[in-house]
Structures are given as C-alpha cells and as structure tokens.
Design a protein around this ligand. Structure first.
Ligand SMILES: Nc1ncnc2c1ncn2[C@@H]1O[C@H](COP(=O)(O)OP(=O)(O)O)[C@@H](O)[C@H]1O
Ligand SMILES: [Mg+2]
Length: 424
C-alpha cells in the first residue's frame, strides 16, 4: 500500500523509517516532511486538509497517518472521512482530549478515571478562593494548546494566583488561557503509556520515559523533549493492568458512549503515586521523541497496526513486540530552547562498526537541504540518535556511540538519558 504521513519532525521520520522496512508498503509520502524524509519517500508541499485529501485520492493512498496534534485538533481526520479515506488519528471531537485540558479533566471525572483534584474556571476570584484552600505547591494549567509551556507549578499561594491572573487576562497564552485548571500537586514519578485504539479495541505499546529539561539531572527549562527510552522498568504487569482497567477501558468506553469513539494513539501521561496510576493528561498522538524508540520495538509490520487501527480492525491484529530496549538521544542546536541558531552543516561519519550500524539509526527532525543538497541543522531539535540493545545500558551505549558519529556546529545533547532506569 501507499502511505501518506502528515508532519515534519523526528516522529514522522521514524514512522516513515519503520514503514520503509515494511513489505506491505510501497510508496511513502510526507506532507510537508523535512530535509531528510525525502530519502524515505516523497515530500509534498500541501497543508490544506481538502487539498491533502484530494492528493490522497488521486495518488491512491490507502492510509494516512497523522503525527502532530495541531491538524488533529483542527479536524483533518473528519475531512478525510468525508472523502471516504482511511486515516490514523482521532476525530476533531475526540482530539479535544489534548486540545482542551478542561474537556480532558471533565472526561476523566465523568468516566471515573483517577486524576488530580481540580477546579475548572474562567474567574480569578473563583481561582483565588480555591487556591487559598490548597496546600503548596499548586499546579495551574491553561486550557488550550500552549506547545508544552502552559503548565505552572507554583511554589506559593501568591505565585499560583499570579499565574492564574496572567493566564486569565490573556497575557501569558492569549485565548488558550481564557479558561484554566487549578489542581493539586502530585508527588511521584512520571510515565508515558501509549494505547493504539480503533474506536473500541486497543493495543498497549511499551511504556516510555522522556526527559523534558534541557540539562543533565533534569535541570534548566523545559523543552519538547531531549531524549526517551522504552520499555521502562518503572512499570510492571500489575501497574499495566491498573492502567488498562482504571484508565484505558473506562476512557474508551466513555468516549464511545458520548459519540466520539477514539481512534489513533491515546498517549497517557501518568504520575505514579504510591504505586497507583493517576492521569496527568492525555495527548492524542505519539510523543516525540518517544515515537522514535517505539517504532523500532514493533517487530510485526507497523503498517498493519496503523491500518487496522484506522479501519476498526484491531481485534484481528497479532502484534509482535520486541523484547529489546531502545534509547533515543536528541541532538539539539546551540541556542535551543531559547532562540534559533545559525544553520549548520550536518556531517555523519560512515559507521564501519557493524554492531552499531545494525542496532541504531538516526531520526532526522529539524533539518533542511540547501540547493546543493547539503543537509543543514535548521531547527531546535535537529535529530535523534536511537540505539537498540538487549538491555537499557547496551541501547544507551549504542545511542551515545552514534552521537559521536554526528557532527554540526553547536551540537548539544544530554549525557544522562535513561539515568532513572539505570539507577534502579
Ligand atoms: N498535578 C500535577 N502534579 C505534579 N506535576 C504536574 C502536575 N500536572 C502537571 N505536572 C508536570 O507538568 C508537566 C506538564 O503538564 P501536562 O499536564 O503534561 O501538560 P503539557 O504537556 O500540556 O504541558 C507534566 O509532565 C508534569 O511533570
Ligand atoms: Mg505533557
């Protein structure tokens, strides 16, 4: 089959990379793709949903896979369905789980899924009264999409009220902050769990842990993610079962009953507190850079997973997951995440070590090509070096070996990806 992938990051590159090795897949298209996805397929410069749907029809594309949240929240899936096309991702209605934290929290409450106690409000007076009844720290969240910057963990009551005020006035995040969530702080450890869903059935992929802060030891400001690994030893069968019974099943049943069955990836941000999973948030797509690791941990053809999910047929999927580990280290540009950097040429040494070349790959993200075809680092997160191994240590060693093979001016990365798992 021919496949169209929507997006331009390392996540979309890694989906293309997995599909490229898949015997069921012929042509791969990316819209818009990046400066390296054209080595896996063809880049298409379209973004309008109807134009994309027409392109999919004219090119006999049997499956479209949506990477990022923006097109999902803006309804790309509904447009493709109107054209009778197969597409992997949730409808606009179901994508509100990520598009609106108020919607998400209200769903969790309605479906009885464990989550932090909260208040939803658009009134500063109401927010302040609630804040004054809470113990510190206090979490204040803007309702809408804020590119991962809409959550404040306030150390004092005054800071929490200040954060609520700045959000509600529109100063911090414009319209995305016109409603807010004030919630209790949860003290535990975080996991990312991914359930691929077809509206009624689901498949759980290996749980991952990401590293949001820019510096080693989880210091410095938040980023889109500096690295991740999977599967994480921080989850066992008992915890998986709790997540399935208390989180995934009631959520999918509830959404179906409410007329918005969920298709695509339900990305569950979980805080584990005293062994109990509590939902921090839902996203409606793969995490980036978690996807880059997950794509090499699926041994059966990935096209089947995506296609069967998109066509309501997961009950007939026989997925084979790898029993190996993958670690991904993000190489970022010099000034990330503060400001953009000068474009820099990327040089990748030839990998002569067979063991490394067979157990690693580069997922390209913020890259473009100049007129001569030279690959340039142009984005904040430039690429992800992924290592695969029989243990987290081995996978991580290979990821860092690969990091040593890649050069560009200003290249930087964290040196401690997967440290929590290795400290176990
Ligand atoms: N109730 C909470 N208690 C403790 N930490 C929280 C809480 N809510 C969010 N966080 C922290 O803030 C981060 C971002 O919050 P999240 O709800 O995932 O929003 P987003 O990813 O949209 O920015 C989480 O990954 C977590 O580290
Ligand atoms: Mg999050």
């Amino acid at each position: 089959m021919d496949v169209l992938i929507i997006g331009s990051g390392g996540r979309e590159y890694s989906i293309g990379y997995a599909l490229k090795k898949d015997e069921n897949v012929d042509k791969i298209y990316f819209a818009p793709g990046n400066g390296a996805t054209d080595t896996l397929g063809k880049n298409i410069a379209l973004s309008d949903f109807n134009e994309l749907a027409n392109f999919a029809k004219e090119s006999s594309i049997e499956l479209t896979i949506v990477g990022p949240e923006d097109p999902l929240v803006n309804g790309i899936v509904d447009v493709f369905h109107e054209h009778n096309l197969n597409i992997f991702g949730p409808s606009k209605a179901a994508a509100q789980l990520e598009g609106s934290k108020v919607f998400m929290k209200n769903c969790l409450q309605k479906y009885g899924v464990p989550t932090a106690k909260y208040l939803e409000t658009d009134s500063l007076d109401e927010a302040s009264s609630f804040i004054n009844t809470m113990s510190t720290p206090i979490v204040v969240k803007a309702d809408g999409l804020c590119a991962g910057k809409g959550v404040i963990i306030a150390p004092t009551h005054a800071d929490a009220i200040e954060a609520a005020k700045n959000m509600l006035s529109g100063e911090s995040f414009g319209d995305a902050g016109s409603k807010i969530i004030v919630e209790e702080y949860l003290d535990g450890y975080e996991l990312s769990i991914f359930a691929v869903c077809d509206g009624k059935d689901y498949v759980v992929l290996p749980a991952a842990q990401d590293h949001k802060r820019v510096l080693d030891g989880d210091e410095g400001p938040n980023t889109g993610g500096m690295g991740a690994y999977a599967p994480t030893p921080l989850i066992d069968d008992e915890l998986y079962k709790k997540v399935e019974d208390r989180v995934i099943k009631p959520t999918l049943e509830g959404l179906k009953k409410d007329g918005m069955p969920f298709t695509g990836v339900l990305f569950i941000g979980v805080m584990v507190v005293n062994g109990e999973p509590i939902v921090l948030e839902y996203n409606v797509r793969f995490g980036d850079p978690e996807c880059e690791e997950l794509m090499v941990l699926i041994e059966s053809p990935v096209s089947e997973l995506f296609y069967k999910a998109a066509t309501g047929d997961l009950a007939n999927l026989d997925i084979k997951l790898s029993n190996r580990y993958a670690v991904g280290v993000v190489l970022a540009s010099q000034n990330y995440p503060y400001s953009s950097s000068q474009p820099a040429e990327i040089i990748v040494d030839e990998i002569v070590h067979k063991e490394l070349s067979e157990n690693s790959y580069i997922a390209y993200a913020g890259v473009s090509k100049d007129e001569d075809g030279t690959l340039l680092a142009t984005g904040g997160r430039v690429l992800v070096c992924v290592g695969i191994g029989e243990s987290i240590q081995e996978a991580r060693d290979r990821a860092y070996m690969l990091v040593g093979q890649v050069h560009f001016i200003g290249k930087k990365c964290r040196t401690d990806i997967a440290y929590q798992a290795l400290a176990q």
